[in-house]
Design a protein around this ligand. Structure first.
Ligand SMILES: [Zn+2]
Ligand SMILES: [Zn+2]
Length: 242
């Protein structure tokens, strides 16, 4: 008998090696189609987080428009592609939550006024839809062959997807939003001191190839930094031994 497996397949949080194929596969589950308990929890977390993600993306957008020095300082990317990135994730979140809130509302016999929803501010739509989805996860997961209108390269196409595909898409969107907002915001503070001035003032903006010392202004490449750190450590070991 073949085991039923979590629909997230090789991306399942508790993936296993399938003995039949030797490849990564979703955790075995009882139901024929479904998510394992951990991936279901990830879906809950994603639905809880998406309204906040949407607002965080909005903050990134405002920051890149006003050229907020703190958020984009030192990152090699110009602000424009960043903004397109942010807009794309926002649009995908709005599209995806509406795609699934509508059939879930239908199944539950609830009226989701989609026209009013589409007319109101997208942040509100995301909040309203995710609240419904969050309280109806089993309904979402049980949806089969839902026809939806999507866009591929500017052309309208009808796609047919299961609620499980929606669940995966929603989890991925949460990760994508995190990746995009993290990119603009994250500045890693290095714990090691600057090999030149010894100040604990090294920072590396996420996605950057260089490390900058805020104290002496020296810019290091990763290789330089690693080599200098080794020299620094050896020098201190010698001092300690003397
Ligand atoms: Zn799983
Ligand atoms: Zn320095």
């Amino acid at each position: 008998m073949t085991a039923h497996r979590c629909h997230r397949d090789d991306r399942c949080a508790r993936w296993e090696t399938d003995p039949a194929t030797g490849h990564r596969a979703g955790a075995s589950i009882e139901a024929e189609h479904g998510l394992c308990a951990t991936c279901t929890r990830h879906l809950h977390q994603a639905l809880d987080a998406l309204p906040r993600d949407y607002l965080d993306l909005q903050m990134c957008l405002s920051a890149s428009i006003t050229g907020d020095a703190e958020t984009v300082r030192g990152t090699p990317e110009p602000p424009l592609p960043l903004r397109v990135d942010v807009l794309a994730v926002q649009a995908d979140i709005t599209h995806e939550v509406l795609c699934w809130a509508e059939p879930v509302a239908d199944t539950l016999g609830i009226t989701l006024d989609t026209q009013a929803a589409r007319d109101s501010r997208p942040g509100v739509v995301v909040q309203r839809c995710t609240r419904l989805l969050r309280s109806s996860v089993p309904v979402l997961l049980s949806l089969r062959a839902v026809e939806q209108l999507g866009w591929v390269h500017g052309c309208a196409v009808v796609t047919c997807r299961d609620g499980l595909d929606g669940a995966l898409a929603l989890i991925e969107l949460h990760h994508r939003a995190r990746a995009v907002t993290g990119l603009t915001r994250y500045i890693h503070r290095m714990t090691a001191p600057c090999p030149r001035c010894e100040a604990a003032a090294l920072r590396r903006p996420d996605g950057s190839d260089t490390i900058t010392c805020d104290h002496c202004g020296r810019v290091y490449t990763w290789d330089e930094y690693r080599d200098l750190c080794e020299v620094y450590v050896r020098w201190h070991e010698r001092l300690a031994a003397a």
